[in-house]
Structure formats: C-alpha cells, structure tokens
Design a protein around this ligand. Structure first.
Ligand SMILES: C[C@@]1(CC(=O)O)C2=NC(=C\c3[nH]c(c(CCC(=O)O)c3CC(=O)O)Cc3[nH]c(c(CC(=O)O)c3CCC(=O)O)/C=C3\N/C(=C\2)[C@@H](CCC(=O)O)[C@]3(C)CC(=O)O)/[C@H]1CCC(=O)O
Ligand SMILES: NC(=O)c1ccc[n+]([C@@H]2O[C@H](COP(=O)([O-])OP(=O)(O)OC[C@H]3O[C@@H](n4cnc5c(N)ncnc54)[C@H](O)[C@@H]3O)[C@@H](O)[C@H]2O)c1
Length: 222
C-alpha cells in the first residue's frame, strides 16, 4: 500500500464528504472534515450517539439505511467506513469509478479496491499542520510520532505561524521587502526564525516578538 502514496491537503470547506458507516471509527474520521466546515452526509443503519446527536443538531445529514447506488454523487471525498468488508469494497469501487478519493478504513488483503486516500496522524498548531503518514503501513506508529511531535512543537508554534502570516501582509514589511531579490527576502524571513521570537512568544511577550520580527525583516543587518 505504501509506494504510490503522495501527501496532498484537501480544502473541504463547503464540499461534500460522504461517509458510509457511522460507528466509532467513522466518527473519528469525520472530526476533521466537520471541523473544516465540510458538508457531511452519513449513510448507515446505526450511528454512534455522537454522530446521531450531530445529525439532530443539523451539523451533518444522516440517512439511516444501508448504502445504495448513487449515494456518492457530488462527493469530493468518500469514506468507506462500515464494518462490512463487502460494503466497503463496493463503496471503494464506486468511488474509483467516479474518480473521487476514498478513505477505506478496513483492510481486506484480497481487496481489489483498497481505497485511494488516507488520513495521516495530524497535529494542528494554528495554521501550522504537522502530519505523519505511513501509506497505511503502520498507523499506530504514525500516532506515536504525532504525540512526540506534540511535545516537541508546543502551541507557541501556532502563534509564531500566525505572526508570520500577519507580517506577510503588513504594509511596512511589504514595502521593505519589495525592492529586494528573492535570496535576500528569504534570508530576512529566516532571520526572524533565528531571532528569539519564539522565546518571546513563550514568555507572553507578543508585542516584543512582533517588534523583533519587524526589525529582522526591515533592516539590512537582519
Ligand atoms: C493515523 C491515523 C489517523 C486518523 O485516524 O485520523 C490512522 N489510523 C490511526 C490509528 C490506528 N488505526 C488502527 C490502529 C490499531 C493498530 C493497527 O491495527 O495497526 C490504530 C492505532 C490507534 O488506534 O492508536 C487500525 C487500522 N487503521 C487502518 C486499518 C486498515 C488497514 O490495515 O489498512 C486498520 C486495521 C483495522 C482492523 O484491524 O480491522 C487504516 C488506516 N488508518 C489510517 C489512519 C490510514 C493510514 C494512515 C497511515 O498510516 O498513513 C488508513 C489506511 C485509512 C484511514 O483510516 O485513514 C490514526 C492515528 C491517530 C492518532 O493517534 O492521532
Ligand atoms: N482506519 C482505522 O483507523 C481503523 C481503526 C480500527 C478499526 N478499523 C476498521 O473499521 C471498521 C469499523 O469499525 P467501527 O468500530 O466503527 O464499527 P462499528 O460496528 O462501530 O460501526 C459499523 C458501522 O457500519 C455501518 N454499516 C454496516 N453495514 C452497512 C451498510 N450496508 N451500509 C452502510 N453502513 C453500514 C453500521 O450501521 C455502523 O454504523 C472495523 O471493521 C475495522 O476493520 C479501522
């Protein structure tokens, strides 16, 4: 399963995700699409209390019946998330025919359609996203590494990413960087990371962190 896997991030806001199956595993896989503002349609005879309540709150649509032909129409992402390998095989085959990416949550060694997408273990720090994938080879290892990354990259990294995003659009920074060549511009941005911005953020000194960053970006001494 591993060699053909290429990481790509999907913008699912406002796009349709169809999930066949509404058990514990499906609920876990749907957390990120829901958080991202996807339109989520679930098809399953039974649902977990969490997914049932989300349907009651109209955060998703639940069709309480088995999977049927046509259910994948308009989907941008399909999750074959039932506990029945024959159903998941059919869903993955139908998604393939439609050329829609499909996350298949079970492994059937004999499967002709093992699915064409997978959720990597994902750590979010504001706009910064760290993911670990193994192309399905060892998801438990992906989860372990994610927890190690969480310890290594605490929430301040999210604030640093937000600060950099804000500075990219700041008029004074744009004015200072506009006359520079690509190499010098890159050096200035890297000098922000080499300065003590992260430590200042950690100390709650956001204003000082911004000032240090501005100095790095706007002065030739870096
Ligand atoms: C990373 C993570 C993200 C997430 O879920 O968001 C994720 N699985 C996680 C955990 C996990 N999954 C399993 C165990 C038990 C140990 C074990 O069996 O190995 C554990 C460990 C645990 O629970 O701690 C069982 C399992 N998983 C899959 C199969 C079927 C198969 O073997 O292919 C089976 C056997 C089912 C069975 O026995 O019937 C398949 C997939 N699981 C994936 C993702 C995709 C590949 C990602 C990659 O490696 O690139 C893929 C292909 C499709 C998909 O589901 O997207 C999340 C860690 C999150 C975290 O810890 O933060
Ligand atoms: N990918 C992963 O990370 C991972 C982790 C553990 C297990 N698994 C796999 O996930 C599968 C599902 O596990 P679970 O704990 O969520 O199971 P579960 O028993 O809690 O839920 C199964 C769901 O499938 C639905 N379903 C059954 N037949 C259906 C049909 N014909 N059409 C539509 N929906 C149908 C049920 O109504 C239910 O909602 C397991 O069989 C296992 O192989 C995957």
């Amino acid at each position: 399963m591993s060699s053909g896997w290429v990481p790509v991030e999907l913008d699912l806001a406002g796009r349709l995700v169809v999930c066949v199956g509404a058990g514990r595993v499906a609920e876990g896989k749907l957390a990120q699409p829901l958080e991202a503002g996807a339109e989520v349609r679930v098809i399953a005879p039974q649902a977990t209390p969490g997914l049932g309540e989300a349907a009651d709150r109209r955060e998703l649509t639940w069709h309480a019946r088995p999977y049927a032909e046509g259910d994948l129409a308009e989907a941008s992402l399909v999750i074959a998330g039932s506990d029945d390998p024959a159903v998941n095989e059919r869903v993955a085959a139908d998604a393939e025919a439609l050329r829609v990416p499909c996350v298949r949550v079970d492994r059937d060694p004999a499967a002709e359609y093992p699915g064409s997408a997978a959720f990597p273990a994902t750590l979010r720090r504001g706009p910064l996203v760290l993911t670990v994938g193994t192309g399905g080879a060892a998801p438990v290892l992906a989860g372990r590494l994610k927890r190690e990354l969480a310890a290594q990259y605490p929430p301040e990294y999210g604030q640093l990413a937000e600060l950099l995003a804000e500075l990219r659009d700041a008029p004074e920074v744009q004015a200072a960087l506009a006359p520079l060549g690509d190499d010098e511009r890159r050096l200035r941005w890297r000098s922000v990371l080499d300065a003590d911005t992260l430590q200042l953020i950690r100390d709650g000194e956001l204003r000082a962190a911004r000032e240090v960053a501005i100095r790095c970006l706007c002065s030739s001494s870096g």
